[in-house]
Write a protein that binds this ligand. Structure first.
Ligand code: S3P
Length: 749
């Protein structure tokens, strides 16, 4: 990409690189190849280095002293300090003496606090022209001979501007790095030094120490002869430049000591575990570490420093037409996946889950329980093994539990955690932070829990530990399985019988799964109740495919002539089959076969074929049974003849987005007559056109409009579809497998 051709207009006048080590010379080479500066000047004390740099066309001009070029430098020039960390102050002193305040100064040292401190001392107050920086690139190789023009491509460069850094200087440095292919971000100076101490400095010291220890052993030749991949992988960085790393160790003393102390404590515990034959401790550490490595592995491996996918915005471009045909299994049920982790964690013994949904929402629940000390293996292709800690075995998490986009995690956890002996805070992303939590905080307060919410009953939730809960009967003001589950889970920790009464039937996975864990729950009409103080026994759970995910393909087949789709092993719990009932009411042909019960939940294969759909008035009794499927059912309504009317569904306004408004707006954009009402929507069937619609960061809105593409007359662009990963990882691939054409466009956020 950045090799020899002059690809770009110069964005700076002169680039002066002081210190032609790996970073300095690679930047000079990349900048020169790309034609970023009118002149690239290299400064080094060593004539041999300068000769090599000239010979290899890394620089245009060589100098041994900044003084030789300083008088010619002014606005639009950048001086980049690429010397070892402890030499930076000496160079800054020269800069103060020799450079006009118009020249932009930046550096590449791995420690930023010491650079800023030195600049403060030298200049009196931090100069506007200074923009400290740190490219997270490099290798164990050093010196001008290691220069690589593409060293920074897709690598992160962290800038740590100080409050007085001038905007034009920041912009110039940012541009320089971007033009050589780097991804630039800004960070606070202290945070930078702490993060780098843990992620870069500590691993180097561990590698140096390991090699030094082994090399010092008498039998070192033997050891090194047999040292294989593991040793090689772990110690590659011990071949790095000693001066550079000595300087880093001394310059970032405090942050490094703090992580060193921590790891030495952990090492001490590992030593005792080995000494005492404590295999459980070792299994815990190794499993946690392996899972964390796997979790972050993709990020680490692809580009250690590249901008993570989640920071890029994913838009869908859906081509019109296609026929939905195939035989598929969609990912596991989200509601059951959450509950399997929660109940498995507080059970006694080891619970094995298969079919677990590896989506961001259920993974947020999984992480929360790891944060509370539960050992959880996996997920590995839907298999999770939870080493339950019993009803009273959870530990206080070290930090707030971050639940991302997941309302189910927050509402169910609030109940489960209300009766714990420790304090805990539950937080989430922007969407979750806007969702109502008083509906769970109120009944929990009635039970004696102490929960603080943000104004308006919104997250974060701060739950005070150590409160004794008492059983209540709760008449639920809304039909919500999350509220019911929250109260019942709190009831596990309350004295006496806790019961709920719901205004309409809602999903009963909590009740069924509790029974599966051997915990008695009574269901009687609209009432569910349990008595606190019992225990859960570990079990096996087979999570069926999620009917809420299957719904997208059911509608795909229903609206598209010639379609025929079979969806395998779908959960068809009677509290979830509103989508089947409503589609049948509209005229769709749906056959259930192979009906069976798996772990207390009904499961079936579902075959859906196209039929001419007609608009219907949706019975309010179906609303809680199809609560998550309405976005895609509205697409079916848009393809039906006549009017579809939904009422009694005000709950849709407080989901991941206001689903009534999000869908009405998008459908209108696509040329459909759709009118939002306070508690529902009226949709006149018509011809879907083309246009750009917004998902409002809501997974189900994004997927619903993707399905609309099958019957649209032109292309549909759907903005911000990242959250599809919360419930349906692999949606685009599966959609492609049955005949939809969805292109993914990623754009920088
Ligand atoms: C869920 C219950 C429903 C549903 C959500 C999952 C659950 O929410 O919309 O996606 O797992 O209990 P409400 O209970 O708020 O209706």
């Amino acid at each position: 990409m950045l090799d020899n051709a002059q690809t770009t207009q110069p964005v700076i006048n002169r680039l002066v690189v002081i210190g032609l080590g790996l970073i300095g010379s690679s930047l000079a080479l990349a900048a020169r190849n790309a034609g970023l500066a009118h002149q690239v000047v290299g400064i080094s004390r060593r004539a041999s280095t300068l000769e090599l740099a000239l010979e290899q066309s890394i620089i245009d001009r060589a100098e041994t002293d900044l003084a030789a070029i300083a008088p010619q430098l002014g606005a639009g020039d950048i001086v980049l300090i690429g010397v070892p960390t402890l030499t930076v102050p000496a160079i800054l002193e020269q800069c103060r003496q020799l450079l006009s305040d118009q020249v932009t100064i930046t550096d590449v040292a791995s420690v930023k606090g010491s650079v800023v401190l030195a600049a403060q001392e030298i200049y009196g107050e931090l100069p506007a022209q200074l923009v400290p920086g740190h490219p997270i690139a490099g290798s164990e190789k050093s010196g001008v001979t290691a220069a690589k023009a593409d060293l920074f491509v897709d690598h992160r460069v962290i800038l740590t501007p100080h409050p007085r850094s001038g905007a034009e200087h920041i912009e110039r440095v940012e541009k320089l790095w971007q033009e050589v292919g780097a991804v630039v971000s800004c960070m606070d100076i202290k945070e930078h030094d702490e993060v780098l101490a843990a992620t870069s400095h500590l691993p180097h010291f561990l590698a140096y120490s390991l090699v030094d220890t082994l090399a010092g052993m008498r039998e070192n030749r033997e050891i090194f002869r047999y040292a294989a991949g593991g040793f090689r992988d772990f110690t590659r960085i011990a071949a790095s430049d000693p001066i550079m790393w000595r300087d880093i160790a001394l310059a970032n003393r405090e942050a490094i000591l703090s992580v060193l102390d921590q790891i030495m404590t952990d090492f001490g515990q590992m030593r005792s575990a080995i000494d005492n034959g404590d295999g459980t401790y070792l299994m815990d550490v190794f499993t946690r570490a392996r899972d964390a490595r796997n979790h972050f592995g993709k990020l680490i491996e692809t580009k250690a420093s590249k901008k993570p996918m989640s920071e890029k915005i994913i838009n869908y471009a859906v081509s019109p037409g296609g026929v939905a045909r195939g035989d598929i299994r969609v990912p596991g049920d989200k509601s059951m996946s959450h509950r399997s982790i929660m109940l498995g964690s507080i059970a006694d013994g080891m619970t094995e889950v298969t079919g677990f949904l590896e989506g961001e929402d259920s993974l947020a629940t999984l992480q929360a329980f790891r944060d509370m000390g539960v050992l959880i293996e996996g997920p590995d292709q839907g298999r999770v093994v939870i080493h339950g800690v019993g009803l009273h075995g959870l530990k206080a998490p070290a930090k707030p539990l971050y639940l991302g986009n997941s309302g189910t995690s927050m509402r169910l956890l609030s109940g489960l955690l209300a009766g714990q002996p420790f304090d805990v805070e539950l937080t989430g992303d922007a969407s979750l932070t806007g969702r109502p939590m008083a509906r769970v905080a109120d009944p929990l307060a009635e039970m004696g829990a102490v929960i603080e919410t943000a104004p308006g009953g919104k997250p974060p939730l701060r739950i005070k530990g150590g409160n004794r809960l008492h059983a209540i009967h709760y008449d639920m003001p809304m039909a919500s399985a999350q509220v019911k589950s929250c109260v019942l889970l709190a009831g596990l920790y309350a004295e006496g019988e806790t019961s709920t009464a719901e205004p309409a039937p809602t999903r009963d996975h909590s009740e069924r799964m509790l029974r599966g864990f051997g915990y008695p729950v009574t269901s009687d009409g609209n009432r569910a109740s349990l008595v606190g103080g019992g225990s859960l026994k570990a079990t096996r759970i087979d999570v069926p495919a999620d009917i809420s995910s299957a719904a997208f393909f059911m509608v795909a087949a229903a609206i598209t002539p010639g379609s025929d789709i079979t969806l395998r092993h779908v959960g068809v719990n009677p509290t979830r089959i509103g989508v089947i009932n409503i589609l049948r009411q509209m005229g769709t042909s749906i056959e259930l076969s192979n009906e069976r019960e798996v772990g207390g939940e009904p499961v079936a294969d579902i075959r859906v074929r196209h039929a001419e759909l007609r608009g219907v008035t949706i019975p309010e009794s179906q609303v809680p049974l199809a609560i998550d499927e309405f976005p895609v059912l509205f697409v079916a309504a848009a393809c039906a003849s006549g009017e579809t009317v939904l009422t009694g569904a005000e709950e849709l306004r407080v989901k991941e987005s206001d689903r009534i408004q999000s869908m009405a707006d998008g459908l209108v954009t696509l040329g459909i007559d759709a009118q939002a009402t306070a508690d529902g929507i009226r949709i006149q069937g018509g011809q879907l056109g083309s246009g750009t619609v917004h998902s409002h960061d809501d997974h189900r809105i994004a997927m619903a409009f993707a399905i609309a593409g099958l019957r649209a007359s032109g292309k549909i662009t759907i903005l911000e579809c990242n959250n599809v990963a919360t419930s349906f990882p692999g949606f685009v691939d599966l959609a492609a497998a049955i005949g939809l054409a969805i292109d993914i466009d990623t754009v920088e956020s």
